[in-house]
Design a protein. Sequence first.
Length: 276
Amino acid sequence: MFKRFVLLLLLCCTSLQVSAKPELLLAETYSDSIDVQQYWISEKLDGVRAYWDGKQLISRGGNVIAAPDWFVAGFPARMLDGELWLGRNQFAETLSIVSKQQAVDSEWQQLSYYIFELPQAQGNFTARIEAMQQLVVQQNSRYLKMVPQFRLQTTAALKAKLAALEQAGAEGLMLHRQDALYSTGRSSALLKLKSYQDTEAEVIGYRPGKGKYQGMVGALIVRTPEGRTFALGSGLTDTLRQQPPAIGTQVTYRYNGLTRTGLPRFARFLRIRPGL
């Protein structure tokens, strides 16, 4: 099943139409030193990020997403930033739908486009929240929605909310500074908060399996962008051990901090990074 999904993904992504890569606001990592009361908070959706340029949806990597005309018919002629989302713990299914060059109507009917930012809009983030709320009401599209934004008063309340949402299957939280003007690039105006960290690495080799994994891959040998290499075995399914990601594939893994030597602690494979 997973092999068929990966093959489908690779075939689709090689034929996607390329557009200009959008400039996006990217989050930094949350720190307990911030004043929570200065931020709007939202659930971090585990979907596919998409930029609406007023005419078409474009992936973070600059590929045009083949959304059906009826899906985007109610979208405004202005730029939006958001997430194509199917629901919690359904990233693979969402990616499969979005990656296809020929959209399948019955699949797209399950998706929604949840916006969380208005690119190049005037005013601070609080003002942009009001503008997004008004826009969603005015457009009255079944498929255009807004990621709910809320406030919390203390760090303890924030951590409790994170624990509750993660228990329910959410990926984490996003915090956006209330007075931030719109900008692009990596910025402390936007923070991500999870109980764990995640990042990408490149597969450069394999470690043979032992015991019950005899004849399969015991671990992926991966290299980080900083040039550090380590074995990534935890989290691999039997299917992936039998048919592992090809050399050169980017994979996402989660971890809990770094060791004294700078390697990720308790690294666990999450997924193959999408080629969008």
